[in-house]
Design a protein around this ligand. Sequence first.
Ligand code: HEC
Length: 131
Amino acid sequence: MINAAQVGFGAAILAGVVLAIIGHPGPKDLPPTPPAVATAAAAPAQAAFVLKSVSVALPTSGVTFPGGAAADAINANCLSCHSAGMLTQPNLAKATWAAEVDKMIHAFKAPIDQANATAIVDYLAATKGAK
Ligand code: HEC
């Protein structure tokens, strides 16, 4: 027959075994030791890292408006945002070109002064003007 003293003794032994398995709560709950600070010995691995250059061929347009000095204003002011290929319109009336240049300046904020705008409209009317 098992008496209360034997049950108590058994429970005490069991508790001791369980605590021994769990272990002391102290040191193992501390944060892990931080990794060693990189030393000079680690430097060669970093030096071995090589950046590779990749060459990407972007489409460029070297096309400019013909006409020499008469085309200076349009070449200097109209090719910063898009190529000359943007002007594929049929011949247009001078007023229509003036409106187009105005649109570039006011809608798209092309920084073109009045003298250049006039020279550009004259160029367009002369080279792509409606008869
Ligand atoms: C600040 C940038 C910028 C400059 C500089 C510029 N353009 Fe444009 N241009 C645009 C944009 C944006 C469009 C519209 C493109 C689209 O709709 O896909 C455009 C379109 C055009 C078109 C096509 C028709 C249209 O109205 O969309 C013509 C023609 C044109 N530009 C002529 C000119 C001329 C001439 C000049 C010089 C006076 C000029 N651009 C300078 C930005 C510019």
